[in-house]
Design a protein around this ligand. Sequence first.
Ligand code: CAA
Length: 403
Amino acid sequence: MNFELTEEQQSVKKMVRKFVDKEIIPNIQEWDRQQHFEPNILKRLAELQLMGVCIPEEYGGAGMDYNTLAIVCEELERGDTAYRTAVSVHTGLNSMTIFQWGNEEQKQKYLVPQAKGDKVGAFGLTEPNAGSDVAAMNSTAVRDGDHYVLNGSKTWISLCDVADHFLIFAKTDHDVPHKGITAFIVERTFAGVETKAIKGKLGIRAGNTGEVFLTDVKVPVANRLGEEGEGFKIAMSALDNGRFTVAAGAVGLIGASLEASLKYCHERKTFGKEIGKHQLVQQMIAKMSANLEISRLLVFKAGTLKNAGKRNTKETSLAKWIACDAAFDAANDAVQIHGAYGYSDEYPVERFLRNSKAPVIYEGTREIHTVMQGEYALGYREDKQLRNQLHAWPYEGATVTNS
Ligand code: CAA
């Protein structure tokens, strides 16, 4: 066990922090007010090699380890949840899933440009009537010769207006809920694909989120990811990576809430002393501080299992649940510490509070993760071996293991 960041991790952390301080923090209040997603940030992330952090170099990525991806997400969310969400969806949910499940042709065609940041990927799982209950989805894919015809709609899709490629899940067999789902790589330019942004969200207002409509979309069989019926497992394995990045981002939000609160504690005086000297304020600071450590350790534990190529569904779910709840509490306490000033966007903490809510809901609600952890503890849930292999890091010459 080593709790020190490597030199490379330290320098990535410093680089992302500098980028966030210079290019996100000065603009984010206005982008949030205008509900504006700034596409140039994705271009800049690509220039900094942050659109494929732990995709191997041979596929256009930076070839770094999973904990470095966590560090990137932590630092990005210190700036705003919107851009960490972009990385979660593009890298965690889409690119890493193609890396894990795609054939060589799919990797060359879709993964390489995505990992370089030339193309953007999104993830289409949730439907108006199928959120937590994934297997209840209604979208259909009907085989017709050398292609499938997809129909249906997806909602709450991050990067819907920005993405070039979507990973879409649809039913190829309605009689078997889990085993009737299949995954497809769908290009925005395929006829019958339309998207529409959702405005008026509580938080992550600087992010692009919306609906994807599929009307008689012809998708080549070559764009099927995995086998027919493997879609549920592919979606869940994608979420193992997506949830990891969400948890890491939540660590960044706890840190940002703490950073803003510490500054304010030293500036603001009541009853003749800095508010940091009041014990009830110290209690909130102490809780943030402890949760920052706890959440980061849980994230790094999940990342270490990923680096070893080991199944990590349980550990990732735990990190996601605990870190996102803690980020919500930290942002809430940060607003409380700022008093009435915390209620206005003159200070960033009201945005932190609004942003902290979505991660408690998306990529598995708090309730789904609580139930999963209860089931693991009781022995009702067990992580089985996967058909495909998880890639151990470092990739070159790495031994691949299943657990
Ligand atoms: N990897 C591979 N296989 C997995 C897996 C994983 N992580 N998790 C489950 N499976 C397999 C199981 O082994 C099982 O296989 P067998 O049939 O061979 O035994 C099969 O999949 C079914 O698994 P479960 O029995 O666990 O399925 P379930 O119906 O009990 O559902 C659930 C489990 C935990 C409730 C799941 O449906 C779930 O996680 N729901 C939440 C969905 C979610 O997170 N949605 C997020 C949408 S995306 C998003 O929010 C992105 C965004 O925009 C930011």
